[in-house]
Ligand binder design. Structure first.
Ligand SMILES: Nc1ncnc2c1ncn2[C@@H]1O[C@H](COP(=O)(O)OP(=O)(O)O)[C@@H](O)[C@H]1O
Ligand SMILES: [Mg+2]
Length: 1042
């Protein structure tokens, strides 16, 4: 159902509509929730992480296309029940398209823009899919219908143009000639504003013709996208209809330009956190979209009455062309499209905010009306005069007049011919275009016939709108596929990593095979092939780096199946699965066995399959340009956890390795995407330039090379040193394993945690505490010792490397690093540092009891600087120990901000509480001691002196308990290590049945070990405690008294 906020006529504010689409497959798989709701013209967006947070917006129109629909036998999506709220394509046209058409017919310029993130339904709304025709085709068919039924009153001329702006270059999508290097030029006309020079304008007079033209334009886009240089989600597609209406009787013409714009995906690559790339984002990557945003913001400000000096129309191609649409002479409508899913919350919110700004823009539209061309008018007037004179001469009928009459008649015919010429010229151009179109039409009918005769492959594009557009037929016999187009028996394809002669298709005895030629990459259903392979209907082919095709078998083999399920995602998931990455495996790494995978894991998985083809392409470009670097995808933090042992958020990163120097970089996803774009630019320049100008462009300087970066320390992994022995003042010595992001063992660290005196002298067993709360408010000192690093994998790979260890103790404001050690697989660190809590706070106590110190292992490489290990600016005690737990430490410089003091107050209250309960416990404890002492004094333990007896409790029982605890913590550390190993242990991808069986055995053994270790440590603790209790009873007899 269409819901209107206000009518289209009247004020010239930009009208804004919002449409929400159904869930797509990814979102359904992920069990997404719909966070968008609509009621009249109000739309509400629910923050999935915070139920209280709802954002409400009001727009001119809202279209609910999320639910309540059904698919009729012709494939049309219609409301489930009549009058249902589902907005189908027809009602969207009714809401928006009709207004645009009316405006154009009245003589206004009209613009329709579709804005939203990639995959949100822009193209679905603008162009449509299959029978679900979008706004543009419907608008054209209604326009031509109107023209035909109103022929008496006016003569109409329609010109159709279709262009694409990619990377600030204008490409004519209807041009026959191959794409010119720099694209078409945008020029400015004093009266009419900016226009594209030499853009093809095709005279059109039927909807069918326009649809063919659109198909042709889409085909150009599909072909272009296989030539590496474009990713359709980053390009803007514009259709321009120029409508001229000549009202002969009234002697006026009305002219209007209709701009129909399918904008580039609005998603911005948000960088996570502080990271900034050395190389600026490809300047042109989104310049048009960014500038559009700036123009809209500036206009929105102006509409609010703010003084805006400059509207940056001239900053990009798109805004130049849309100048009249935004704040100028046009009636403009924007349709903002949304995904309904919770995972798209941020993008949807940003789309709605954008749309809200657009809504404020005020245009000044005027009817572009003028007297019919002066020439016609003057000719008509002159003719009238001539006729008058002729009549007069005829009446006079003098012989001398004959000559003049003749001359006048000649003039009259000439003038009449000229009037007719204007008419004829249009008809002629139309005729030409129709003939042109006929040729096009023949090729399309030819294609239909071929489809009924031969098997073929169709292109599958990341953008569903461009899929299935290119068909390569495999007629009888052998066919070379590749770049070469020389022989009549070759099928020419282009794309990254495609060889001159790439493979051979063979169609013999109703069998179709593909044979890769040496050195070329062919993948069938996710598996690389090297030999002749028979193709089955609906097999998936990847040729070269990333040219994806679906094989359609012989007509008889084809059922009525819907092949659209074999979309780009399907191809990439299949490739990822072949590499061992799939949702199941990811969940298993995470120890999740639930049916519904964790959405964050799904997001990682989809990132993975999205980046995979890009990485393949980057590798291909690196190879062709001799860059000597290799890219691989990694899942960061797959096996890592924070100081509490919680899993860290996973994300995809790209590891870059220099083949020769073995230098390594790790790039974030955002950085890689940016760099990939820059690489494409370099690739185009280097490869394209050679062919065109015959001179190789100068080599790129290093600081502008997107394949290169200065080396930096690399995070190799982390080890957990659990702190829970510290509150008991128990000394521990541990060998901890540093684990890499994907679960590899990076090194073993030999470490110690030693409770000590303020002067740094280790405490003895006598100082062990039974009740850690005794520490509260008291001073705690301890040493962290990092003795040695063993078995460094980073060094095993290449010796010209070094390492440092970084860590951040509790609340210390900055990480500390050990000095760098180089060239050694087992370097001695000999690092010792003391920490002091002046007045142990409950927070610190809780931290020590429940957290680990994460020791981060950093890899150094030749040419990179160390991580600074100076202790300047760190607060220290007079003895030089580093002060932690600063909130509770007396500090004269404490700011008396109310926040701080209130949180201090809260802490003090907590402390008070703990003190009270502690005091109560202590009282009980001392009562018990008293009893114990009494019973001891009465004879049982007569062999020891008095001095000793006072401390006897501690040495005999408490210390026993402390020792038992120490042993227990020790064993728990190794149990924890075993658990980590178990989580990471998984079968290798290539394992056969036997391998799997061995794996299962091994796994079983590990589990058994784990169980036994756990049992042992727990039962050891139980026994110890039982022994202690028994001894206590024996000594005091108090337990038996009860
Ligand atoms: N309103 C809708 N109803 C049904 N399917 C839709 C709708 N909008 C989008 N889709 C589907 O979602 C996918 C992405 O839509 P598309 O219009 O190509 O996105 P965009 O152009 O914004 O990148 C397509 O497969 C399309 O069929
Ligand atoms: Mg699209």
């Amino acid at each position: 159902m269409r819901l209107e906020g206000s009518s289209m006529a009247g004020k010239d504010c930009v009208k804004v509509a919002v449409r929400v689409r159904p869930f797509n497959k990814r979102e359904r798989d992920a069990g997404s929730r719909c966070i968008v709701s609509m009621s009249n013209s109000i739309i509400t967006l629910q923050d999935p992480r915070n139920q209280q947070n709802r954002r409400t917006f009001t727009f001119d129109y809202t279209f609910w296309s999320h639910s309540g629909f059904t698919r009729d036998p012709t494939g049309l999506f219609i409301p489930e029940e009549e009058g249902g709220r589902y907005a189908d394509q027809a009602s969207v046209f009714q809401g928006l398209g009709e207004g645009v058409l009316d405006n154009a017919l009245q003589g206004y310029n009209a613009t329709l823009l579709a804005y939203g993130q990639t995959g949100s339904g822009k193209s679905y709304s603008m162009l449509g899919y299959g029978p679900n025709k979008g706004l543009v085709p419907t608008l054209c068919s209604r326009l031509f219908h109107f023209i035909r039924t109103n022929q008496d009153s006016r003569q109409c001329q329609v010109f159709f143009s279709m262009l694409e702006i990619y990377n600030e270059q204008v490409v004519d999508l209807l041009s026959r000639s191959s794409r010119s290097g720099g694209g078409l030029r945008v020029r400015e006309d004093q009266h009419t504003g900016f226009y594209v020079e030499a853009l093809r304008r095709i005279p059109s007079d039927s909807a069918a013709q326009v649809e063919q033209l659109m198909e042709q334009g889409t085909r150009t886009r599909s072909t272009a996208s296989t030539h590496l240089n474009s990713n359709s989600s980053r390009s803007h597609m514009l259709i321009i209809l120029q409508l001229k209406q000549i009202f002969s009787k009234e002697c006026i013409t009305k002219q209007s330009n209709i701009y129909l714009v399918d904008l580039a995906g609005s998603e911005r690559q948000r960088s996570s956190g502080s990271e900034v790339d050395r190389l600026k984002e490809g300047t042109a990557i989104n310049l048009s979209l960014t500038t559009l945003g700036n123009v809209i913001s500036a206009l929105a400000e102006a509409a609010l009455g703010k003084k805006v000096v400059h509207i940056p129309y001239r900053d990009s191609i798109l805004t130049k062309l849309l100048q009249s649409a935004l704040g100028g002479n046009s009636r403009t409508v924007m349709i903002a499209t949304l995904s309904p899913a919770d995972i798209c919350y941020e993008e949807s919110l940003s789309t709605l905010r954008y749309a809200e700004r657009a809504k404020r823009i005020q245009n000044r539209a005027v009817v572009n009306e003028g007297p019919t061309e002066r020439l016609v008018k003057e000719l008509k007037a002159e003719n009238a005069k001539l006729l008058l004179r002729l009549n007069r001469l005829d009446q006079e009928d003098r012989p001398s007049n004959h000559q003049e009459t003749k001359e006048l008649r000649r003039l009259l015919t000439h003038n009449q011919l000229q009037i007719r010429a204007i008419q004829t010229l249009w008809e002629h151009r139309l005729q030409e275009a129709l003939q042109d179109w006929e040729a096009q039409y023949t090729s399309i009918t030819q294609e239909r016939t071929m489809m009924q005769m031969y098997p073929y492959v169709v292109n599958i594009n990341e953008d569903a709108q461009l899929s299935g557009v290119i068909k390569l037929f495999i007629e009888d016999g052998d066919w070379d596929v590749g770049l070469a187009d020389s022989s009549p028996r070759s099928i020419s394809i282009r794309g990254l990593g495609i060889q001159e002669k790439h493979a051979v298709f063979s169609n013999q005895q109703r069998r179709v095979t593909i044979t890769p030629l040496s050195g070329s990459k062919v993948i069938v259903n996710g598996v690389p092939i090297s030999q002749k392979t028979e193709l089955q209907h609906l097999d998936r082919l990847v040729l070269g780096s990333n040219s994806t095709y679906l094989y359609m078998g012989f007509p008889l083999e084809r059922g009525g199946e819907d092949w659209t399920r074999y979309d780009y995602d399907y191809f990439q998931s299949e490739l990822a699965a072949a590499e061992g990455v799939n949702i199941q495996s990811l969940c298993e790494e995470q120890g999740q066995r639930t049916l519904q995978p964790d959405p964050s894991l799904l997001a990682v998985f989809y990132d993975y399959i999205r980046l995979m083809p890009m990485v393949t392409e980057a590798n291909q470009m690196s190879q062709e340009l001799n860059k000597g670097v290799e890219f691989t995808l990694e899942i960061k933090n797959l096996a890592m956890s924070d100081s509490k042992g919680h899993d860290l958020e996973k994300e995809i990163v790209v590891r870059v390795t220099s083949v020769e120097s073995k230098q390594v970089w790790v790039w974030s996803k955002v950085k890689f995407i940016n760099r990939k774009f820059l690489m494409e630019e370099v690739y185009r320049q280097q490869k394209g330039g050679v062919a065109e100008e015959d001179v190789a462009p100068p080599p790129l300087s290093r600081d502008r090379d997107p394949f290169w970066d200065p080396v930096e320390p690399l995070h190799l992994g982390g080890a957990h040193l659990w702190l829970q022995s510290l509150p008991f003042r128990i000394r521990v010595e541990e060998q901890v394993e540093a684990v890499g992001p994907e679960g590899t063992e990076e090194a073993i660290l030999q470490t110690q945690l030693i409770p000590c005196s303020p002067a740094g002298l280790p405490l003895g067993e006598d100082d062990i505490l039974i009740d850690p709360t005794e520490l509260l408010g008291k001073r705690l000192d301890f040493l962290l010792v990092l003795d040695q690093c063993c078995g460094l994998r980073w060094l095993k790979e290449a010796r010209n490397r070094g390492v440092q260890i970084g860590f951040q103790m509790f609340d210390s404001p900055q990480p500390l690093y050990t000095p760098a050690v180089w060239h050694n697989v087992n370097p001695v660190l000999d690092y010792r540092i003391q920490f002091t809590a002046l007045r142990t706070s409950p927070d610190l106590l809780i931290h020590l009891q429940s957290s680990a110190l994460v020791l981060e292992l950093w890899g150094l490489q030749e040419g990179c600087s160390d991580l600074g290990c100076s202790l300047d600016g760190v607060r220290k005690t007079p003895e030089g120990s580093i002060i932690i737990d600063r909130a509770s430490a007396p500090d004269n410089t404490v700011v008396d901000g109310s926040d701080l003091s209130s949180s201090l107050q809260a802490l003090n209250q907590d402390l008070q509480q703990l003190r009270i309960s502690n005091a109560a416990l202590r009282k009980e404890n001392s009562a018990l001691r008293e009893q114990l002492n009494n019973s001891a004094r009465h004879g049982v333990d007569g062999g020891r002196g008095r001095q000793e007896r006072r401390g006897s409790l501690r040495t005999s029982c408490d210390a026993d308990f402390a020792r038992a605890l120490k042993v227990f913590y020790h064993s728990m550390t190794s149990v924890r290590g075993q658990l980590q190993r178990l989580r990471r242990h998984r079968p290798s991808e290539e394992q056969d049945l036997l391998g799997l069986r061995l794996f299962v055995d091994e796994h079983g053994r590990m589990l058994k070990d784990f169980g036994e270790q756990l049992e042992q440590s727990v039962s050891a603790l139980k026994q110890d405690v039982a022994a202690i209790v028994r001894r206590k009873r024996e000594k005091s007899g108090i337990w038996s008294e009860r």
